[in-house]
Design a protein around this ligand. Structure first.
Ligand code: COA
Length: 198
């Protein structure tokens, strides 16, 4: 898939060079390897059973860059990060996108999570999304901070909404970022522009 601005080179805090690019149909085994390395505790908080080959197959089919957009970060040929945008093209939430992001343990805290989420937020804005949401459990401090840095703020709490690996119910925070002002400013610019007819 070709998207404007990708592949995007990123230099991490330790100097490592990573490339952010759209997921390809041939990335299945790398993606599976990436998610299988996550501890079960973290996988539970993700939206799907990301450690199964069936999920990877289904996911690769779903990624059409219309309703499901996926970017991966590649380092030395391996997938070390992934971020997904889910949206619907019909109905009253068609202006809303939901984001998810994950980074391999070995290279966390070097800025990759922020870089991936930032790239996806920018891409989502370019695709016309006006509001982005992300769901995090209160213990996911890194995820909360990552999205706060990008302008997301807590909008709601879903009480006892998920069960962790021990079966304990946990609250989920819905964080959101309303970027509609960017679109309103662009629309205002266009309507202010009145070309002179010779
Ligand atoms: C959330 C996640 C993607 C962040 O990836 P990352 O590459 O470590 O992110 P960054 O290095 O860009 O860190 C972003 C900010 O998070 C905060 N942060 C990261 N790790 C942290 C930790 N262990 N403790 C406290 N804060 C932390 C920091 O504020 C950091 O910014 P700073 O380094 O400039 O201070 C990663 O931790 C992850 O994959 N977690 C599991 C999956 C998940 O929870 N996804 C979110 C739900 S959608």
């Amino acid at each position: 898939m070709h998207l404007e601005g990708f592949p995007q080179p990123v230099t991490l805090r330790d100097g490592a060079h990573v490339v952010i690019r759209p997921l390809r149909a041939i990335d299945g085994s790398e993606l599976l390897e990436f998610y299988r390395a996550f501890p079960e505790e973290e996988r539970q908080f993700l939206r799907d059973d990301v450690s199964s080959p069936e999920w990877v197959d289904r996911f690769l089919k779903k990624v059409d860059f219309e309703e499901v957009v996926s970017l991966v970060a590649e380092l030395d040929g391996a997938v070390v990060g992934e971020t997904t945008l889910y949206r619907t093209r019909y109905g009253w939430t068609r202006h809303v996108g939901e984001i998810r992001v994950a980074v391999a343990h070995a290279i966390r805290r070097k800025g990759l999570g922020t870089a991936l989420a930032r790239s996806l937020v920018k891409l989502a804005t370019n695709l016309g999304i006006e509001k982005m949401v992300v769901q995090v459990v209160e213990s996911q401090i890194a995820a909360r901070r990552t999205f706060e840095k990008l302008g997301f703020a807590q909008e709601a709490t879903l009480r006892a909404h998920v069960k962790d690996v021990r079966g304990m119910k946990r609250d989920v925070m819905v964080m959101s970022n309303d970027v509609s002002h960017i679109w309103e400013a662009m629309e205002a610019m266009v309507s202010d522009y009145s070309p002179t007819v010779e």
